[in-house]
Write a protein that binds this ligand. Structure first.
Ligand code: B1M
Length: 213
């Protein structure tokens, strides 16, 4: 099987939630010197995009989406070392979490992995994070940037609650946001210090913000 065909097969395994086959195929691709970036972009992200489309059209339901997510996460465990191995000295500390009411964590995990790979210390708070949690962890860790992720239109509004909470506390740390329903306009509206469309842009954004400080 050629590389392109194998990448398509991997995307299919993610869509079907065949996690063991997905892991095996990803390992084969790595052994054939296909880069982790290509595997991520050309198979995993493509597969999850199809899952999202099918979910929206009621062709897939929560239990099936969960097994797709499990397959994506399992493959990420073998890709992660490639993304995080490069850093020598730490460039700064980032707090990251998915906001209250939201359990989506695949994108947030990817952002976390890419930031670690770019040389940042990342404290990942997981999902369902309240404003208090973000603030307490920021203080405890003396973080340089706080990042929030949200995947639902019903939870993205909570990002403003967090930003207002930090303002009330007069905390001067940059707050950045991301997630499928977020855009620059929304970030500006709620007073976020930055927005990134994907995990790659999140690294560029954090680099830029910390350069200015
Ligand atoms: Co959910 N879900 N889901 N889901 N789910 C969406 C988000 C949805 C768009 C699907 C759809 O209708 N097409 C829809 C939201 C609709 C809306 O609000 N407008 C939806 C819904 C409705 C729901 C439930 C309400 C369904 C239900 O129960 N009836 C429920 C909500 C539960 C809750 O959170 N309270 C639910 C549940 C789930 C599962 C548990 C089954 C599962 C999550 C598993 C998990 O994460 N552990 C799931 C999944 C997998 C999805 C889709 C299919 C895929 C999300 C994903 O992982 N994408 C999603 C459809 C979609 O987004 N197209 C959908 C891959 C990931 C790499 O991309 O997360 O966008 P993404 O992250 C990107 C960027 O956004 C960005 O970088 C990442 C990497 O490039 N980014 C940041 C993310 N965070 C960032 C932070 C940054 C910067 C960039 O700075 C800090």
């Amino acid at each position: 099987m050629g590389t392109e065909e194998k990448l398509n097969t991997l995307a299919e395994f993610v869509i079907k939630g065949r996690h063991i086959d997905a892991k095996k195929t990803a390992q084969e691709l790595l052994d054939e010197n296909v880069t982790p970036q290509v595997i991520l972009d050309e198979a995993l992200m493509k597969g999850m995009a199809v899952v999202g489309e099918k979910f929206r059209n009621n062709e897939m339901f929560v239990p099936q989406v969960l097994v797709s997510a499990r397959a994506m996460k399992l493959v990420m465990t073998i890709l992660e070392p490639y993304f995080t191995a490069s850093s020598i000295s730490k460039k700064g500390k980032i707090i990251i979490g998915t906001v209250k009411g939201d359990i989506h964590d695949i994108g947030k995990n990817l952002v976390s992995i890419m930031l670690q790979g770019a040389g940042y210390d990342v404290v990942d708070l997981g999902t369902g994070c309240t404003a208090e949690k973000f603030y307490d962890e920021y203080e405890k860790n003396e973080a340089n940037v706080v990042g929030m992720s949200a995947l639902l239109t019903t939870t993205m509004v909570y990002m403003k609650t967090v930003i207002d909470y930090f303002k009330d506390k007069k905390a001067e740390v940059p707050l950045i946001i991301g997630g499928a329903p977020i855009n620059q306009k929304y970030a500006d509206e709620i007073g976020a210090d930055g927005y990134a469309k994907n995990a790659y842009d999140a690294v560029i954004l954090v680099d830029k913000i910390l350069e200015k400080l």
